[in-house]
Design a protein around this ligand. Structure first.
Ligand SMILES: NC(=O)c1ccc[n+]([C@@H]2O[C@H](COP(=O)([O-])OP(=O)(O)OC[C@H]3O[C@@H](n4cnc5c(N)ncnc54)[C@H](OP(=O)(O)O)[C@@H]3O)[C@@H](O)[C@H]2O)c1
Length: 445
């Protein structure tokens, strides 16, 4: 038997510069060092770190950067003639990350980034710049960390028309929700715990309000449906209103609660189409594959018309998984396997208007916090009747926090979303409701 030999001596190395040496940047340096031989063989040439930049030169990064140039100003990385590819691992939708990315593509260099916020907001402009410069723009690590879902949608499922893409795209929210489920602790308490363990940032707003998941969803929607990235059209609800009582109720009904990001394209009879993108805490049946996705894990489901349902699951963050995705992009560039950033040429990306989902059929979980007095339940059920919402089950729970409030939860039969909205409008201003109702969709199986 002959063994394959990789003759790469004499081959030009791919020269990279890294901006940002935090969790991801240092992870990339570590991976390049640890897997050097594997990478050289798979890339067909050595990958060499030429220069790096971060804020604090004196900080110990736990990696060997001897022999690597340091740039105080990261834009200088884009000005170097001895660099082929820039890694933008700084973060932030604008500011230095965007300035560096523009400079890198402007000088014809390849750009690899893990920055979902920047790609969600400026991905189209950067892709246009990359296309006209003939440069690579790659962002596998921007969505779902170590899960190669960008590649899966660009390449693996490219023969399919996708019916929908949905999943769990934020590890912080998934950790919090699955911990609330395991411990019966409330949201605020679990968030503090998540921060202590490093699963949530000191300022957790982007995660718990669903914005981070929305960034990733906007990117997946563009790739999966050949649409222009439209982050502003994502309808987002975070997890801050979910109480442990909702999780207990969902459990009793056979569900768990997960933050689900979902997108699909709706074709209209006149030949036009619209794009639905939304992020919502949702009830997920316990026998659905996403129900067993616990802790900081991410998972993405893509439903192709020939492939059927595909599930991609793995670590959505962390130095190792994210570095794995970044370096896979570098290998593609080293092999000249680049392709269009959003899977098809920029001019062919469709500008799809957002779907108005009022007519969509859905089962819904509703939770009301109400005053503990006679007639309240009758008022709520009357509003449901007048809104043409059919109640499948109704549960009056025990007292809420303060003794004079009661939680009432119900699950509706499938019906148009607008009917639930209409019923809730009828309850607007009611003195029986002591807090805004919580409305959670039930994910279809
Ligand atoms: N962490 C993850 O698991 C993960 C997963 C997927 C995607 N991402 C994305 O990857 C990117 C980096 O995330 P991270 O977690 O590695 O962040 P991080 O640990 O905070 O690291 C950020 C790095 O950027 C440097 N930096 C920040 N502002 C700078 C400036 N103005 N000039 C020069 N350097 C600057 C910092 O320098 P100093 O170290 O000197 O302060 C640090 O090295 C973000 O876009 C993030 O969304 C992260």
């Amino acid at each position: 038997m002959q063994t394959e030999s990789h003759n790469i001596s004499g081959t030009q190395p791919l020269r990279i510069a890294i901006a940002g040496l935090g969790t991801v940047g240092a992870g990339v340096v570590r991976l390049l060092e640890t897997n050097r031989d594997i990478l050289t063989a798979r890339a067909g040439r050595p990958i060499e770190v030429v220069a790096v930049s971060a804020r604090d030169r004196s900080k110990d990064r736990g990696v060997d950067l001897s022999g690597v140039d340091w740039a105080d100003d990261m834009i200088d990385l884009a000005r170097r003639d001895d660099v082929d590819v820039i890694l933008e691992l700084v973060g932030g939708s604008d500011g230095p990350a965007l300035a560096l990315s523009r400079a890198a593509l402007g000088s014809g260099k390849g750009l690899v980034t893990a920055n979902k916020a920047m790609i969600a907001h400026h991905g189209l402009a950067l892709a246009e710049q990359a296309e006209s410069a003939g440069a690579a723009l790659k962002f596998e690590a921007a969505v779902a960390g170590g899960i190669p879902v960008v590649k899966a949608l660009r390449e693996g499922t490219s023969a399919n028309a996708l019916a929908r893409i949905y999943g769990i795209l934020n590890g912080t929210c998934n950790y919090i929700l699955s911990e609330m489920e395991a411990t019966a602790a409330d949201f605020a308490e679990t968030l503090v715990d998540a921060q202590r363990l490093g699963y949530a940032e000191a300022d957790p707003t982007f995660d718990i309000e669903g914005i981070d998941a929305a960034h990733k969803l906007a990117i997946l929607a563009a790739i999966g449906f050949g649409a222009r990235v439209d982050f502003d059209a994502v309808k987002v609800t975070g997890i801050t209103q979910v109480r442990s009582a909702d999780i207990a109720q969902a459990d009793a009904l056979g569900f768990v609660i997960r933050l689900i990001a979902q997108c699909d394209v709706e074709q209209v009879a006149d030949g036009s189409a619209s794009l639905l993108q939304r992020v919502r805490p949702s009830l997920v049946a316990k026998d659905h594959p996403l129900a067993s996705v616990d802790g900081p894990t991410n998972a993405v489901v893509a439903e192709g018309n020939f492939s059927g349902r595909l599930l991609f699951q793995g670590a959505g963050a962390g130095d190792g998984p994210t570095a794995s995705a970044v370096v896979a992009d570098i290998i593609d560039i080293a092999r000249d396997e680049v392709g269009a950033p959003f899977s098809i040429p920029m001019k062919q990306l469709k500008a799809l208007p957002p779907t108005e989902p009022g007519h969509r059929m859905e089962r819904t979980y509703l939770r009301f916090t109400v005053a503990d007095r006679p007639g309240v339940l009758a008022e709520i059920t009357a509003a449901m009747r007048d809104g043409d919402v059919s109640i499948e089950s109704l549960i009056q729970q025990g007292r809420a926090n303060h003794g004079d409030e009661v939680l009432v939860a119900m699950v509706t039969h499938e019906g148009p979303e607008r009917n639930v909205a209409r019923a809730l409008d009828l309850l607007e201003g009611s003195e029986s409701l002591t807090a805004p109702p919580l409305v959670l969709p039930i994910l279809p199986s």
